[in-house]
Ligand binder design. Sequence first.
Ligand SMILES: *[C@@H]1O[C@H](CO)[C@@H](O)[C@H](O)[C@H]1NC(C)=O
Ligand SMILES: *[C@@H]1O[C@H](CO)[C@@H](O)[C@H](O)[C@H]1NC(C)=O
Ligand SMILES: *[C@@H]1O[C@H](CO)[C@@H](O)[C@H](O)[C@H]1NC(C)=O
Length: 815
Amino acid sequence: MQRTSLLRSLFLYLCLFKDTVADAPPNVNEYESAVSHLRQIEAEYQRKRIYTADNIENNLIIPPYDPIKRQYNLKKYRSHNPPSTPPPPPQQLTETVLPLLEISASKNNPKALITLGDLYLFGNYSLPTDYHKAKNYYEKALEVWPDAHAYFMLGFIHSTGLFGEFPVDQKRANLYYQVAAENGDINALQVVAYRNLKGIGVPSNCELALPYLSRLSMMGFDRGRTPIADIDYNIRVSDFNGGLYGEKLSETVSSIDIPSRKYADIRTQIEEQKLNANDHEYATFYYNGLEHLRGDYFTERDFAQAFREFQKCVAIGEEYYGSRDYSNVDRLDRVFLSLCQVNLGRMYLEGLYVEKDASKAQQILQTSLKVKASSEALNQLGIIEEQGLVGEANRTKAMEYYTLASKQKRGAGSKNLAKSLMETVGTGSIESNENRDLIYKHMQQAAYYGSTEALYYVGNFLESGLAHLVEPEERVTCAKIALYYREFMKRLTSFYAPHLKYAFDELASGNFGNALVGYSIAAEQGYEQAQVSAAHLLYQVQPLYTRQETKTFTHDRLNLAIQYLDRASKQGNVDATILLGDIYKGQDGHAQIEPDYERAFNYYRIAADKHSSHGAFKLAEMYEYGLGSENHSVDYFLAKRYYDQSLQYKEKSDLERQTQQLKPTYSSAHINWALLRLRFKHLFNRNSANYRMDEHSSGWFSALKSLGKKTTGEQKSAQQMESLSKADAHHYGTSYDTEFVENYDVGDYLVITLTFIFFLVFFIQNIIRQVRRMRNGNQERREPEPEQQAQDRAEWNGNQFHFRRGNFEFHFFAI
Ligand SMILES: *[C@@H]1O[C@H](CO)[C@@H](O)[C@H](O)[C@H]1NC(C)=O
Ligand SMILES: *[C@@H]1O[C@H](CO)[C@@H](O)[C@H](O)[C@H]1NC(C)=O
Ligand SMILES: *[C@@H]1O[C@H](CO)[C@@H](O)[C@H](O)[C@H]1NC(C)=O
């Protein structure tokens, strides 16, 4: 017994001995072996996701942050699917990899130091994070070797303070970022470009940012050509709950795109239109295939399955219409059958799942032309001709295909046409190309119609001066070039911002702290969606009534959230703008911040200027209560004006949403409800405003008395003009007569009051019903009787009271 164990330990010793000493440079050895172990772990590691496509919507609840333990407090977190504590890291990591790395690090191997830094900062494979250790490792690494990644990470640590862990030091952060960028770190290049462009911590200077942007877009240029766009993880996590303000109030368009969801909706719509069972099965096959081809945040793409779906679709089409040479295909079938063919052809052409087979692709695509001359099919046929994938290359023929394709308002055709033209000259520069006008024109069109690659080219043409040669009257600004380059990068986040995928994976596994790290890296790089996500993980608007414990937010974290929201706001996110206003207004008593009405006012004003209904509403409120407006004066005229605007914008955006019904969005019920609520509040405020303005005559009652004195429409419109000009006078800082008292039309008063009462009744009924439903639904039969009775009584009383009042008004009106 003892002998065997002795032998074993001897054997082990020999193995170790051999492992550590036999191969040449000793400090590389441990590191190499650690890396190979890491690869093994990566291959075997299974994430435990708590969120799936089925449970994340309206259910992504960020748990409160515990500032003492310095982590999100999962225990206090109550939801429909409480996350279990994260699984322990694999033993191989803690018992083999970390010790190996530490040995190598003690020998000052910079790679080992950096890997350790990463592991402790990102918490890979659910290793508990240790930000202080991580920072030390990065700093040690820099003592040995000027590593760009370590510089970048230290820049990030100083810029964010890792959310309260370290003091924020933007000067140092800028320094580190700058050095990292000079050393070619792609993450740092983006940060430096963004900071210079938007003037964050440094003076805003587009000319300085441009070389970085130019270099960056060159780095990702090859990625622009991938046949199937990668999944874009650049999302606002708050959009899973309908946006920063939930479904009803948020105005920013959702960033979430889950094909399986979307296609399921379309499929059911098509199913409903089916006459008999075999109708439109092409659509079903097509969407099934596309779903697998694209994949989403929760499902891996599955080329094999996609291939099978498209193949079935094409085979059925062949069987059914092939003999008649696709002459009289049903209109809807025509669309989807050709889409199936195009996608199948592309899979053959690109060798996705199947062996590359260009002639098979060509055959399928040519068949598809008989069904429908789609631009995708033409485009791919062009590629086959241009590259000579089947037979000899024939550029003339390719250009013919591209020209046809470009006429269909799709980016790819125009882009290929332009590129093909660029190559016809061969060696000469594009500027001297006789077709330069055409090249520029087609490329611009391609960018306009959504080609990612074309964005890069147009940016390049603008920068190189080609654009100026073609269109001398068009002004080329630095900002414009930057716009093209940045848009190009935003389309390729899988390459430029890989931390976004990490952030999402961590979020879906319930590691909110790690998700925050990932999103704030991308936020530093200027991705608006990531900025909102980071801000949302740091600070959340709390529902007015919640059965969960109210959250408190520390000063450090709130400040960081404000910073990210401000950047998102400057990039056009109106919800972020309004949220900033709300934060400064001090709406949330649990956020540690001094109210600053002036700032709140300004944010609301920015939102209102962007035609945000919600923003105009908030601004009106500020005027109504005299918060943050000039000299803190209450101003009902402006309040009314902005309430009116709020209503207008709401109607307009509703209309816009209606016209965009093409892609299924949420039902419009919430919009109507918001509209109703808004109208109700609006009327209420207008009513009370009038009341307060006109104190000696008490509201509609006295107005009724004076009925007949003044009515005519002319008078009314004159008054409106007056009030408007007055509003303008105030808005632009000139003075106006404060003694002025606005007279409302009597009819107005009556309508307002009656409508108000009507809505009040409706509103209260609704609330009571809602409350009752909620209690019935959620409180599991805990002494239901007394409560139930009390509620019934309350409701009955409420109805009775208001109906009586309503009747009273009606009677009065009748008199
Ligand atoms: C840990 O995760 C980060 C973020 O995804 C990644 O950049 C890094 O390479 C990972 N480190 C290791 C050792 O796997
Ligand atoms: C290339 O295609 C054009 C037009 O389709 C045709 O006229 C020409 O003969 C072809 N050239 C070669 C070399 O096949
Ligand atoms: C606000 O107060 C300043 C100084 O007290 C005054 O000059 C200004 O006219 C006031 N503005 C308004 C709109 O009342």
